[in-house]
Design a protein around this ligand. Structure first.
Ligand code: NAD
Ligand code: MLT
Length: 313
């Protein structure tokens, strides 16, 4: 009988779908790592994780029974999908399950950044009625979107509804698709040069590491505002700090960090012009139910020889 280890806190709507598959045994644990994960995967064919469990080569070398890893989300940089493929292990993600939720979080952060909402809230909680917190309008401003996949496209669509001008960079999509989304596709540096607000929605890959780095902050518009709801390593944090301190960048909104949790004394977390959230991009009950259902259904299908979607390796 195939066993599936869920090494994450997963919505029960999804878990129940998997439990209902005849012949599958489900084991739920808190997020495991290292030796504890290897031990728990003895005799187990399926593994479901979120981002807390790291499934790199050191783990995959010691899990001979594993056949499929399901990522209850989109970004799978916590899984070594290449090594998994070489060892005959399929990696599945939950495409689309958290797209709208993460796009909405991006927009929430963009508004918060434009109007200093967290700072104003914090001051008022302390009894300070500060009406000098002057913001900027979004209407008429240019939003640069790096990565026009599922989330980038929804962000662009919503931003067009706010009457922003939307430009973007994505080496994979063509002008026809960009036209459907309503985005002017242009080279990376042109997007960075023209954006009033810049938002990142690429996967974390060797070629996207620090896609917004020192060079970006040299060429960007003075007063540009940055939003990162994708992955910490896409933005060079040291370069961002320098750009904020020099005034080149007016503000940043960060949901993700190079190291998570970043620590309370992290200079970006403490920066007065940074708005931040603790990797909450996908955290709505709606999205968590959807990703749990998608991944449990597909891992179940994979293990019982039925059609499945979301394979990335
Ligand atoms: P997606 O695969 O649909 O889209 C990614 C897009 O990036 C694709 O269109 C791809 O062509 C493009 N891309 C690839 N390389 C690029 C490059 N070098 N430059 C520019 N674009 C490039 O993925 P998605 O669902 O839109 O999610 C994007 C990322 O957001 C995920 O990989 C994940 O890391 C992150 N994410 C974060 C949260 C969160 O909680 N904060 C939630 C969901 C997703
Ligand atoms: C994702 O890539 O889907 C997000 O980071 C959300 C999550 O970690 O669950």
């Amino acid at each position: 009988m195939p066993k599936v280890l869920i090494s994450a806190k997963l919505e029960q709507e999804g878990v129940q779908l998997l439990r209902a598959v005849p012949g599958i045994e489900v084991i739920e644990t808190e997020p495991l790592n290292g030796d504890a994960l290897v031990e728990a995967l003895r005799g187990v064919q399926g593994l479901i994780v979120r981002s807390e469990t790291k499934v790199k080569a050191d783990i995959l070398e010691k899990t001979p029974d594993l056949k499929v890893i399901g990522r209850a989300g989109t970004g799978y940089d916590n899984i070594d999908a290449k090594t998994a493929a070489a060892r005959g292990i399929a990696v599945l993600i939950a495409p689309g399950g958290n797209t709208v939720t993460t796009a909405e979080h991006t927009l929430a952060l963009m508004f918060a950044l434009a109007r200093h909402i967290p700072q104003a809230n914090e001051k008022l909680h302390k009894g300070e009625f500060d009406r000098k917190l002057i913001g900027v309008e979004l209407t008429g401003k240019t939003l640069g979107v790096l990565g026009l996949g599922n989330i980038g496209a929804v962000v662009a669509h919503r931003a067009l509804g706010l009457r922003m001008k939307v430009i973007g960079y994505d080496p994979v999509i063509d002008a026809e698709r960009a036209g459907e989304i309503g985005v002017d596709l242009m080279p990376l540096e042109d997007v960075i040069r023209q954006a009033d607000f810049l938002t990142v929605h690429t996967p974390m890959l060797p070629e996207t590491k620090h896609i917004v780095g020192k060079r970006a902050f040299e060429i960007c518009k003075p007063g540009m505002r940055l939003i990162n709801c994708a992955r910490g390593g896409l933005v060079d944090e040291a370069a961002l700090l320098e750009a904020l301190n020099s005034g080149r960048v007016a503000g940043a909104a960060l949901d993700v960090f190079e190291k998570e949790p970043p620590g309370a004394d992290h200079p970006l977390v403490q920066h007065p012009r940074v708005v931040c959230t603790p990797h909450l991009g996908a955290s709505t009950s709606d999205a968590q139910t959807k990703v749990a259902e998608i991944i449990c259904r597909n891992v179940g299908n994979f293990l019982t020889g039925k059609e499945y979607v979301g394979r990335v390796n």
